[in-house]
Design a protein around this ligand. Structure first.
Ligand SMILES: [Zn+2]
Ligand SMILES: [Zn+2]
Length: 164
């Protein structure tokens, strides 16, 4: 639980009605619904946003919770996704599920340029994971330049003599 985080407070406030909750995740209704149905699936653990998720298991878990505990999830006409910074309204990872009629203004609020649908979210996590793995070992295994057998750069006078 992070001090000052609205979602951490909501998650840990027993008086606030939840759609579903277990030891890992919580489903709540968005207080400013953008459509007939607008839910948020949050991990209990404070994770800042989609760019700080460690691996795809967190996404799997949020998605499985939604599938298991929301009737008709598979059949729903829906948008499922996340907001990427700086388009987050709350810095506690939350997966939006938006279904049904949306008005233009709310559509703009939800499907703004930071919107990352679930497929893109998995790609993003793969990409961030790969780039962090690529960075760490590469910097540790860089060979000492003096051990490399690199020929010296050609000097200016060594151009081949004219052929005739
Ligand atoms: Zn939080
Ligand atoms: Zn959001």
């Amino acid at each position: 639980m992070k001090k000052g985080c609205t979602f951490c407070s909501i998650i840990n406030e027993p008086e606030i009605q939840k759609v579903y909750e277990d030891d890992t995740n919580v489903i709540i209704e968005d207080i400013r619904p953008a459509a007939d149905l607008h839910l948020l699936v949050l991990p209990r653990e404070h994770i800042r946003d989609i760019t700080t998720v460690d691996d795809a298991k967190t996404l799997d878990s949020l998605l499985l919770t939604a599938k298991a505990h929301l009737a008709d999830f598979e059949k729903m006409e829906k948008h499922v996704g996340f907001h990427q910074p700086p388009f987050n309204s709350q810095y506690h990872l939350h997966m939006h599920i938006v279904s049904g009629k949306m008005n233009a203004k709310q559509r703009k609020r939800i499907l703004n340029p930071g919107w990352t649908d679930i497929e893109k979210a998995y790609e993003l996590i793969d990409f961030l994971d790969l780039s962090s793995k690529a960075r760490a070992p590469a910097s540790m295994n860089l060979p000492n330049p003096s051990e490399l057998n690199i020929p010296p750069p050609p000097s200016k006078c060594s151009s081949p003599p004219p052929s005739s």
